[in-house]
Design a protein around this ligand. Structure first.
Ligand SMILES: Nc1ncnc2c1ncn2[C@@H]1O[C@H](COP(=O)(O)OP(=O)(O)O)[C@@H](O)[C@H]1O
Ligand SMILES: [Mg+2]
Length: 316
């Protein structure tokens, strides 16, 4: 085990002592306390002898509850060039885990290792072990197509098929042979659209083209499409970055509802969003997982100087 774990009561002091009502406005968004200068300097004082740049991942708080995905020493190479270094991370079930860090630090690369999307990139090699429910997802016995139904993915730009709303949602259950009767399919489509919070808006136009929906509706449709095949995990790569603030709020609400049933991992470049939607946060920097823990802890009481520098906007 190469994790450095902080659990003692002493470790909970420091920035926690700062005024908890204090918050800072950045880009019009309210950020949590550690971003206030007072809290930041309290943390900073404690970080004088922070671990060196390539030190082991700091686990600020270990996850509680069952672990859905366990990554161990995962490295990724593109044409022999290393992009991700020995990432070990436990991702709990029925929880939203946010992956944060500056552009190019490896968030999308790591996300793609969890449903083997990197297999589809020529010249990409993944080493290490990723287990879902203790089963190695890179084992020869695992069919990547079936794996991607169990581990659904939502991208930055909504990508509905140029088909009807109904067909978009029915597609997965159809190709995976989950449903045979038409009436049964109607039920699956309705239930997925309801769970994605889109039913009310599209119930009377299921046969219309999905391309006619707004961006936010398309993103909820894509989420309905992922849900329709009963996934266990939903991966989201900056799902709101192409959306306006109202559509973003709607997706964030939806993510919060979905967490009751699914394990969710979301990449976001918005720290305010990470603070709003996630319970766990993992901070990446230059291909390494620097620090992970409960979201509150990462934002209010980071153990690593690089985490503090990033969440306080000193780089990124
Ligand atoms: N398909 C690819 N081919 C080659 N290099 C890639 C590819 N995807 C990502 N990379 C490289 O891997 C590193 C991590 O990228 P990425 O995972 O996209 O970062 P992030 O999502 O944090 O912005 C970057 O240096 C990027 O240039
Ligand atoms: Mg990315």
């Amino acid at each position: 085990m190469k994790f450095r774990i902080f659990r003692s009561a002493e470790d909970q002091t420091g920035a926690g002592a700062a005024d908890p009502t204090e918050s800072v406005r950045m880009g019009g968004q309210v950020l949590p306390e550690a971003t206030s200068s007072k809290a930041a300097s309290a943390v900073e004082a404690r970080l004088e002898d922070a671990t060196p740049v390539s030190g082991p991942t700091v686990v600020a708080t270990p996850p509680t509850g069952p672990i859905k995905i366990a990554a161990r020493d995962v490295s990724v190479f593109y044409d022999g060039k290393q992009a991700l270094y020995d990432v070990s991370l436990d991702i709990p079930d029925k929880t939203v885990t946010a992956l944060i860090g500056p552009s190019g630090c490896g968030k999308s690369t790591f996300l793609r290792t969890m449903n083997r999307m990197n297999d589809t990139i020529a010249g990409c090699k993944v080493t290490g072990r990723i287990a879902m429910d203790d089963e190695d997802i890179n084992d020869r016995s695992i069919d990547p197509v079936l794996l991607r139904a169990r581990v659904g993915m939502v991208f930055q730009r909504p990508n509905p098929f140029p088909k009807s709303i109904y067909e978009n949602v029915a597609y997965g259950p159809k190709i995976h042979g989950l449903v045979s009767a038409k009436s049964e399919m109607d039920g699956v489509v309705e239930s997925a659209l309801k769970r994605a919070g889109l039913w009310e808006e599209v119930a009377d136009r299921l046969q219309s083209s999905a391309m006619g929906l707004s961006g936010g509706q398309q993103q909820r449709l894509v989420i309905a499409r992922a849900i329709a095949v009963n996934p266990e995990v939903i991966l989201m790569d900056e799902p709101c970055s192409a959306l306006d603030p109202i559509a973003t709020a709607r997706i964030e609400e939806l993510i919060d509802e979905l967490r009751e049933r699914f394990c969710i991992v979301i990449v976001t470049h918005s720290m305010a969003q990470a603070a709003r939607v996630s319970q766990r946060t993992a901070f990446f920097h230059m291909g390494r997982l620097v620090e992970t823990g409960d979201t509150e802890d990462i934002f209010q009481n980071p153990r690593e100087r690089r985490t503090l520098d990033y969440i306080t906007g000193r780089f990124g």
